[in-house]
Design a protein around this ligand. Structure first.
Ligand code: ATP
Ligand code: AMO
Length: 466
């Protein structure tokens, strides 16, 4: 009937009391008649000392048994909380546990494919070791991902998972307060929404089908169904062919769609308020997580303005031109020019978060509304963090004839999306929205170098397991 004590709650104030704790063997050290076990529970660690003596009730047999422990095994410890003579190095908790009993609940393999200690080593420490000519284990990405269950146990990964969870909450909290409703659209579709080849095809009860490349069609249809302001947090599937640091084959989409009065700037206003709220909340309410991530992967806090900077695509092209980078004024930015523009914006406006709008029509999806003053440009935008895209958005075409024509021009088989096009024949209000990739937002906010670090079990062109 004894209650469990969390490792994080093992503090000086409870010195002298007896506790029951469950955790993993992080590391252990055996000496004659004494065993030191560092016990870990999520990000917290405490040193447990089993010393053979009459007083502690620890027998020779118990010491022998402890010598056969293995790292990552789950153990239950009963012992007294004591203040060590010298401060314990390398644990989060400053007290020590004088072990009376230790049971192994579940033993882990003696030879693990990766140790959590190695997986958790900070990039700074690795660099320092290497500079002094010492050998340092840097666990490579594939090894981490092959053994993701172990890799997830590091403080940085625990923090990334927690941060993502909170970020999603800030996203919904802000939108719910603005009268948006959370919708859930189908992921099995008859036709592709974004066009192109990046679509997973499958068979649906004998009929050709595909996995949703975005909730685009149905979030717009929800608007046609008078839901007025909607959002969705759900899986998005892209059959990306090439390997990159920022593309996954399955990611979490943060999508929004809303009626507008007259101008697509209303959508950009929402992006501005929503993301400034998300970043501010992350900074204020996820200090512990950000610190744990930064400890392993150091990064500078994101620079953003209270009111998000907006530049037109033409202004962007001009800035690049002045810096000696020529790009097609009616084409798209490539990865390199996106990066460069990010740098130029940072130098000129001191922000790493900005909106680029009025993209050339030719490079946007078929459903994008063109500008009234110049059809070569569109009522669309992308949003960037540290020179990389996190959001695409636009006002949509709401006349069925034009929509159908544009879909055809984009090589889309309109038969497969006929119910979508029909939705606009029953009357549709002016509307627009945007989609963000959750893993990209987390990656770029935390200055991480690879999107796989922000996905629980990433899916990329070469990875379908674990
Ligand atoms: P979106 O899906 O909104 O377009 P994105 O970041 O993939 O997001 P793209 O417009 O597809 O943006 O691509 C921008 C640039 O990124 C392209 O010019 C190309 O250089 C590069 N890129 C696109 N897809 C890939 C990929 N699968 N692997 C590597 N690089 C890519
Ligand atoms: P887009 O195709 O730009 O737009 O996707 C929206 C956002 O999703 C993220 N993203 C990705 N993240 C990880 N891996 C990928 N392979 C990947 N592809 C895209 C990016 C991107 O900005 N329907 C439109 C949105 C809209 O207009 O509402 C769309 O899907 O962060």
């Amino acid at each position: 009937g004894k209650k469990w004590t969390e490792v994080s709650k093992l503090v000086e104030e409870i010195a002298g009391s007896e506790v029951l704790i469950r955790g993993r063997v992080h590391t252990y050290r055996v000496q004659p008649s004494i065993v030191f076990v560092i016990l870990r529970q999520s990000g917290s660690t405490v040193q447990c000392v089993a010393k053979q003596s009459e007083e502690t009730n620890v027998s020779v047999n118990m010491i022998k048994y402890l010598e056969k422990l293995s790292c990552e095994s789950i153990v239950d410890v009963i012992g007294a909380v004591v203040l060590p003579k010298d401060p314990v190095k390398g644990t989060t908790q400053q007290v020590e546990i004088q072990v009376r009993k230790l049971y192994c609940v579940n033993k882990a393999l003696t030879r693990l494919p990766v140790s959590v200690e190695d997986a958790a080593r900070s990039e700074v420490d690795i660099k320092k070791y290497l500079e002094t000519g010492r050998r340092a284990v840097r666990v490579n990405q594939d090894t981490r991902l092959n053994h993701r269950v172990i890799d997830l146990r590091t403080p940085a990964n625990q923090a990334i998972v927690a941060l993502k969870s909170k970020l999603v909450n800030f996203f919904s909290e802000n939108l719910l307060s603005k009268d948006f409703v959370n919708i859930f659209t189908p992921k099995l579709l008859a036709g592709s929404s974004e066009g192109g080849s990046a679509v997973f095809r499958l068979e649906y009860q004998g009929q050709p089908a595909c996995l949703a490349q975005s909730p685009q069609l149905h979030k717009q249809m929800a608007i046609c169904g008078d839901l007025r302001r909607v959002f969705e947090i759900g899986p998005v599937f892209r059959a990306e062919k090439s390997f990159s640091h920022r593309h996954l084959c399955e990611f979490v989409g943060l999508d929004v769609e809303m009626e507008i009065d007259k101008h697509y700037s209303e959508i950009m206003d929402l992006v501005d308020e929503l993301f400034v709220f998300i970043f501010t909340s992350l900074n204020n309410k996820c200090k512990k997580e950000l610190e744990a991530i930064g400890k392993q992967y150091p990064f500078q806090p994101l620079k953003f303005l209270e009111k998000t900077l907006r530049l037109t695509f033409e202004e962007g092209v001009q800035m690049l031109k002045e810096a000696g980078v020529e790009i097609d004024p009616l084409g798209d930015l490539n990865t390199e020019s996106e990066r460069k523009l990010g740098q130029l914006v940072l130098e000129k406006y001191n922000t790493e978060f900005y909106i680029l709008h009025r993209f050339p029509t030719a490079v946007r999806p078929f459903y994008t509304m063109t500008c009234v003053d110049n059809p070569l440009y569109s009522n669309s935008f992308d949003v960037f963090i540290r020179g990389e895209e996190i959001i695409s958005g636009a006002q949509r075409i709401h006349t069925p004839e034009l929509l159908e024509q544009r879909a055809r021009e984009h090589g889309i088989d309109v038969k497969t999306i006929s119910t979508y096009i029909d939705s606009f024949r029953y009357g549709a209000p002016p509307h627009g929205g945007f989609g963000a990739g959750l893993e990209r937002v987390v990656m770029l906010f935390c200055g991480l170098n690879n999107i796989r670090k922000t996905s629980l079990f990433p899916r990329d062109p070469q990875r379908l397991a674990p």
